[in-house]
Write a protein that binds this ligand. Structure first.
Ligand SMILES: Nc1ncnc2c1ncn2[C@@H]1O[C@H](COP(=O)(O)OP(=O)(O)O)[C@@H](O)[C@H]1O
Ligand SMILES: [Mg+2]
Length: 262
């Protein structure tokens, strides 16, 4: 933040950390996407990828075209959840996403690097450039709902996604417990600062932690999040994710959320 900061970003071109105005970059000219939501949550391992992959799969089963952009550059795991292997090959024109068994369109770092076990050692500009590439060079084909799977935290990637991709809103994944509530509040504050609507809280692993203090109802009220969806803890879900068969998992608990997204 500059010393002369007036907190009015509309009159300032500086790309400082306190910038609250979103400056969305254009998508590929041949891409067509109706709605874009980021699936986020600051707590590590809270279930963002599970929610993103399951939500996309449930949407696709309703004959609505879903897609997932894996924005977790160093921990790309969306392709594995759908059992996708192989690589997409970008050319000078752009790149087509890979299609899952049920037709969900997916792009992620693990579909681009030669070996998915190779570590992606990237920081700063490289991370930002990769995200921008995914946003502006992928030719999404008639997509009704694009979900952006975010990494944990409130750092560079979430900030870049929230600023550069014209999001219709964010879905915040949380769980029971004080630690989760503290991390979730960071995400809620970040979305508020960037003026991006929070469409729902997804309380994950519901029922698994009966002894933990669940502060999510309080948070929903404080940040005026109108919908809270509870995704039960189910060890089978972890197995389907791990086997790359998320599309085989059937549930209707996300249906009220799906209704809100369109
Ligand atoms: N509701 C759930 N029931 C059982 N296991 C879950 C559930 N949600 C997530 N998991 C498991 O927890 C682990 C972390 O989930 P993941 O979606 O990768 O988290 P994140 O993307 O937030 O790091 C994975 O092994 C996943 O299969
Ligand atoms: Mg993840």
């Amino acid at each position: 933040m500059s010393e002369e900061c007036t907190h009015d970003c509309s009159t300032c071109g500086s790309d400082c950390d306190s910038r609250t105005e979103t400056t969305a970059a254009p998508m590929h000219e041949d891409a067509f996407v109706r709605r874009v939501y980021a699936v986020c949550g600051a707590k590590g391992g809270v279930g963002r990828t599970t929610v993103a992959a399951l939500l996309a799969s449930c949407v696709q089963k309703k004959h609505v075209q879903a897609a997932v952009l894996d924005a977790d550059i160093t921990g790309s795991s969306v392709p594995a959840a759908f059992g996708l292997t192989g690589r997409v090959t970008p050319d000078s024109f752009g790149m087509f996403p890979m299609e899952t068994q049920s037709g969900v369109q997916v792009i992620g770092v693990n579909l681009i690097i030669p070996d998915p076990t190779d570590p992606v050692i990237a920081r700063g500009t490289l991370v930002d450039n990769t995200l921008k590439k995914f946003w502006s060079e992928v030719i999404w084909e008639d997509v009704d709902l694009l979900l952006v799977d975010m990494p944990a935290g409130t750092g560079e990637v979430p900030l870049s996604v929230m600023r550069n991709m014209s999001l219709d809103g964010v879905i915040v994944v949380t769980e029971a417990g004080k630690a989760a509530a503290m991390m979730t509040e960071k995400t809620l504050k970040m979305a508020r600062a960037l003026k991006i609507p929070v469409v729902a809280l997804v309380v994950n692993r519901d029922g698994a932690n009966a002894d933990l203090d669940d502060r999510n109802a309080e948070l929903a009220e404080k940040y005026r999040v109108r919908q809270t969806v509870r995704l039960p803890y189910d060890p089978r879900l972890a197995v389907f994710m791990d086997e790359g068969e998320i599309e085989m998992y059937n549930t209707d608990v996300l249906d009220p959320l799906i209704d809100r997204l369109f």
